[in-house]
Ligand binder design. Structure first.
Ligand code: UDP
Ligand code: MG
Length: 140
C-alpha cells in the first residue's frame, strides 16, 4: 500500500521570488496537510549530502551551489498516496515538459531552478523528512 507522507522543499528560486505563499496554497488545495515546516538555508555541505544520490551526475556541483544559494522551506506533508500525488502536483523536472497547472509549470524558471522538490519514494520521503526534522518536530 502506498504511504501517506511525503517530503518537499520550496527551492531558493521560488522562495526568493516570493512564490512560497502561492505554492503552499496549491499544496493545501490539493489536499495535503502540513505536518512539519521549517524555513532554513542549507550549507553547500548539507546540500551535497542531501543530493548525494546524484553525485556522479554532471549537474551535481551546480545543483549543490544553487540549493545552498538562499533559504528554502522544508515540509513534511500527509495525504493518501502522498508521494505519487505530490509528484503529479509538481510536474516534470524540466518545466518545459511539465503539465499545465503544475507547480513547476507555473513557477519554475529552468530545469535546475525548478521551484520545488518532491520525494520519489516512500523510503526517500522518510529519509528526507528525517534529514530536516528531529523526532520532536515530527510531532504526529
Ligand atoms: N537537475 C538539474 N539538471 C538536470 C536534472 C536535474 O539541475 O538535468 C536538478 C533539478 O533541480 C532537480 C534536481 O536536480 O529537481 C534533482 O533531480 P531529479 O532527477 O531527482 O529530479 P526531481 O526528482 O526533482 O524531479
Ligand atoms: Mg528526485
Amino acid at each position: 500500500m502506498a504511504g501517506t507522507k511525503t517530503f518537499t522543499m520550496i527551492k531558493p528560486d521560488a522562495f526568493g521570488a516570493g512564490n512560497s505563499g502561492a505554492i503552499i496554497r496549491m499544496i493545501e488545495e490539493a489536499g495535503f496537510e502540513i505536518r512539519a515546516m521549517k524555513l532554513t538555508r542549507m550549507s553547500e555541505k548539507l546540500a551535497g549530502s542531501f543530493y548525494a544520490v546524484h553525485k556522479e551526475r554532471p549537474f551535481y556541483q551546480d545543483l549543490v551551489k544553487y540549493m545552498s544559494s538562499g533559504p528554502i522551506i522544508a515540509m513534511i506533508l500527509e495525504k493518501s498516496n502522498a508521494v505519487e500525488d505530490f509528484r503529479t502536483l509538481i510536474g516534470a523536472t524540466d518545466p518545459a515538459k511539465a503539465a499545465e497547472g503544475t507547480v513547476r509549470k507555473l513557477f519554475a524558471t529552468s530545469i535546475e531552478a525548478n521551484a520545488i522538490h518532491g520525494s520519489d519514494s516512500d523510503e526517500n520521503a522518510d529519509i528526507e523528512g528525517n534529514f530536516f526534522f528531529s523526532q520532536l518536530e515530527r510531532f504526529n
